[in-house]
Design a protein around this ligand. Sequence first.
Ligand code: IPM
Ligand code: MG
Length: 356
Amino acid sequence: MKLNIAVLPGDGIGPEIMKQALKVTEAICSKFKHEFNYKEAIVGANAIDATGDPYPAQTHELCMQSDAILFGAIGDPKYDNDPNAKVRPEQGLLRMRKQLGLYGNIRPVMTFPSLLHKSPLRADLVDGADFVCIRELTGGIYFGSPQGRSEDGNTAYDTSVYTREEIERVLHLAYKFAGQRRKKVTVVDKANVIATSRLWRQIAQEIAPQYPDIETDYLFVDNAAMRIIQWPKSFDVMVTENLFGDILTDEASVITGSMGLLPSASMGVHTSLFEPIHGSYPQAAGKDIANPVAMILSVALMFEYAFNLTDEGALIREAVNASLEEGVVTEDIADGGTVYKMSEVGDWITDYIKNR
Ligand code: IPM
Ligand code: MG
């Protein structure tokens, strides 16, 4: 198979973790005889520095031409502390999602046995938790207009808008995932209060009967937030709107104690994008100390979701698990044992794949 990949390292530790991801991708492609072509482009704070635009037109064109996108992270502290900055890296991220039509953000929440003691929850609650959060990514209050301030500056407003089409496509995506898993979809909304949520629930109730072998249940978002920590094993596929999904996916990702290890995928109309869920971690940039595993597992998701190459994805997972079991890990999870550099972990995982 021919893989044309857009590579967007971004800011902070992005470029370093991307190097590890590319080593792994190359090793997989030579083992399974795929042709791997990639081109790099800028995005985020470094793109603002270079061009004034966090998501330049050339970057968008490259993404549109590629079969999939590997994305590192964006963000720079100099923007976080300046509420008046006119251009921000995050705007680039939102425009990228919108322009590429990346409507479904998928975050698998899984546990790693060797890291259960890192969970803020009791190990028996999280051991075996394995679910997928699907967050609608291009609609709702993030993108609704009007958004802004009154003339005197003392009143502000945002607008949440959802159309039938936006809700239907992400619900179908959720059922598709559930069909390949434990066959349960939990629709999360706030239909007791807000109008967009009532449309979500109405459409979900229309769609559910089209999937008779899949169980559907409905939760209000406040209740869902509670259930995630009380009974994480009760979920299989959770689907929700953009803002609720932003909040719940952060909550869900930390309960396994392995936030630094979790990948994500954004499925779209034109292409799909794969990125670790951790941010740009500027304090560690350039030090070769950050954990490359989430980025490497994002490559596994790319093989699986963008190309349907499941053996390739499985071998990457096997290599990552082996590195964790062997204790070839970065400082964040070394727990008093030997600390390896990011590049050493990347090399170890790459060699494992080559020698398999
Ligand atoms: C995420 C992030 C972004 C979001 C920020 C950086 C704009 O929190 O991907 O979850 O809110 O979508
Ligand atoms: Mg977020």
